[in-house]
Design a protein around this ligand. Structure first.
Ligand code: GLY
Length: 577
């Protein structure tokens, strides 16, 4: 047997073993709770963390087979498109941060969707000048030009070691042979059913003849998606952007009157960008630059918070949450004015992440009382002398780390799937500011810099982040959650660095979120009523809420990896070897 075939055989064997382990642990899972029963053993060779067990095991098999973190991440990116269709995707986009062990460099891959070339500034306004949310969120006009296939292919080509056909093979097998439907998948399909009804392809793939999603334990096969994945395996990303898949997408757009054309697909490119970097109490922070707002505002908030003795205040004390919330308000106010696609208008990134600007902002925080958001205006940084997204993190023994967040925007995106492909299309166009001052689905206000324009990338909150200590991995994390992504990532970092929590404790600890507008402090239910009462006395409108974010994190302490999949999400798995 040729060496390549032997490797393929071993790989398939490992995958089958892994998948049966996944099924066993799936049965042991108990759903939403802050008591995570899956405690991965610390490991030295590698760690994989995601919101979906089968995808974690796919990534782990690739690492065990000698692949690096990028090979594993790309395999997971394709696998999640099959096993976690609410957010894993081929028809969406995202951001990947890669730390390269060999050179110590960190790079950011931007594969965010773009507005089609026929998009216009006012395309989501009705005849009265109001935002038509049906059009911006649920119609064929809500779909941006997808970036995922270009992004995953670019990552593999530049930083991976395995051929595309190898890393995509598990996804093809899962699509073709199917996998067991989890309670979580069934529930998410039930919730999305009304939105997906208008897509015959989506109904055919995800719903049975009686219009119901498959019951837990049924095998879900996705033949058309298997065809699409095989096209990509054979012909690379060209299949999606210029070949047989592109033809099916553009035929669908023509039929439905959508805007995405052959030219949009053929001209789409994933980009390698320089990450935004900052420092926090001796650690170096690397995160996603614009067109995500995530990295900029994460570093901006850390710069402000570094000026306070947070550990002395105590984790989730009223005093601590007050400083955190005021900091969040300042950052989200700036987001509304200064952030957008840097290829279209300049973003004052360096100023926003400067320590000097943080010092000025700190002066605007009243240490005792909440400042009502109507008095918190975006600052003027002067030049200095995500609900439904998914995140996964992979670290390997070669020192490489991948922190990847990608999305269709809402669960199942626009709810529209391209006939014959099994590919769900995003509704990312809603992340543009359709009208200045009118909130998007996440309540985020945007301005001119995030207005719709042909070929422009819509602003994101995705915050894949890598924290280094002495140039080596200390912590890598990221989260879904729309506008709540940035504050979820922030709190994991603070919990580990300031409050000296283990990564599992840091991820499980109750979170809060404030985004300036609406002027509401969201506090997870587990945080306790007493905290809410104390914060109300400080002037906050407090709203107790369900899960904020779902962070998937890896730390490395004394050469040992520790993984933490967020207990807020039922299907998660962190596993090392
Ligand atoms: N679609 C959510 C985000 O990119 O922030």
């Amino acid at each position: 047997m040729p060496a390549d075939s032997i490797l393929k055989y071993i790989f398939a064997f490992c995958l089958v073993l892994s998948l049966s382990t996944a099924a066993t642990s799936a049965r042991a899972e108990s759903g939403f709770s802050s008591g995570d029963t899956t405690k991965p053993a610390p490991s030295r060779n590698g760690m994989v963390v995601s919101e979906e067990k089968i995808a974690t095991l796919v990534g782990l098999s690739v690492l065990k087979e000698g692949g690096n973190a990028v090979d594993a991440a790309v395999a997971m990116g394709f696998a999640l498109a099959v096993t976690y269709p609410r957010a894993g995707n081929l028809g969406g986009g995202g951001f990947m941060l890669v730390h390269l062990g060999e050179t110590g460099r960190t790079v950011a891959i931007d594969y965010r969707e773009k507005a089609p070339l026929k998009a216009t500034r006012s395309m989501f306004l009705d005849e009265n000048g109001n935002v038509d949310i049906e059009r911006s969120r649920h119609s064929v006009y809500s779909c941006g030009v997808p970036g995922t296939v270009a992004g995953l292919s670019l990552a593999l080509e530049k930083y991976g070691t395995m051929p595309l056909e190898k890393v995509i093979a598990p996804a093809i097998k899962l699509a073709e042979e199917g996998f067991s439907v989890s309670a979580e998948l069934r529930k998410s399909l039930l919730e999305a059913k009304e939105r997906m009804k208008k897509s015959s392809e989506g109904m055919d793939v995800f719903f049975e003849n009686n219009g119901e999603p498959p019951r837990e334990g049924r095998i879900l096969r996705q033949k058309n998606l298997a065809w699409s994945l095989k096209e990509i395996s054979k012909n690379g990303s060209g299949a999606f952007y210029r070949g047989a898949i592109a033809k099916k997408i553009t035929d669908y757009m023509k039929k439905e009157g959508g805007l995405i054309t052959e030219r949009d697909l053929a001209s789409y490119e994933a980009l390698i960008r320089k990450p935004v970097t900052g420092s926090y109490r001796g650690y170096s922070i690397h995160s996603m630059p614009p067109p995500s707002s995530g990295g900029v505002h994460l570093i901006q908030m850390l710069n402000i918070l570094e000026r306070y003795p947070l550990s002395r205040y105590g984790h989730n004390s009223a005093r601590y949450i007050h400083i955190l919330s005021e900091t969040m308000k300042l950052a989200y106010a700036d987001r509304s004015k200064h952030l957008g696609d840097p290829d279209f208008s300049p973003v004052p990134t360096e100023q926003l992440i400067s320590k000097q600007y943080a010092k000025r902002l700190t002066n605007r925080i009243n240490p005792q009382k909440a400042t009502p958001s109507k008095y918190v205006k975006p600052g003027s940084p002067i030049p200095v002398g995500g609900t439904d997204t998914t995140h996964f993190t992979v670290a390997d023994r070669f020192g490489n780390v991948v922190s990847n967040t990608y999305t269709l925007n809402f669960a199942y995106g626009s709810g529209l799937a391209v006939p014959g492909t099994g590919i769900l299309l995003n509704n990312e166009m809603d992340d543009f500011s359709a009208k200045t001052g009118t909130p998007n689905a996440y309540g985020l206000i945007g301005g001119e810099k995030n207005s719709v324009a042909p070929g422009k990338r819509m602003l994101s909150s995705m915050t894949p982040t890598i924290v280094l200590k002495d140039e080596e991995l200390f912590l890598a994390t990221g989260s879904p959650g729309g506008s709540r992504i940035i504050t979820s990532v922030l709190q994991v970092i603070l919990n580990v660095i300031d409050h000296k929590m283990s990564i599992r404790e840091a991820v499980a600890a109750p979170r809060v979120h404030h985004q300036w507008l609406p002027d509401i402090l969201y506090v997870e239910k587990d945080a306790g009523k007493e905290l809410g009462t104390k914060l109300q006395k400080k002037g906050y409108e407090v709203k107790r809420t369900g899960p904020i974010g779902s962070t998937q994190s890896v730390t490395r302490v004394n050469g040992v990896f520790h993984g933490a999949a967020d207990s807020r999400h039922p299907g998660r798995l962190a596993q090392g070897y």
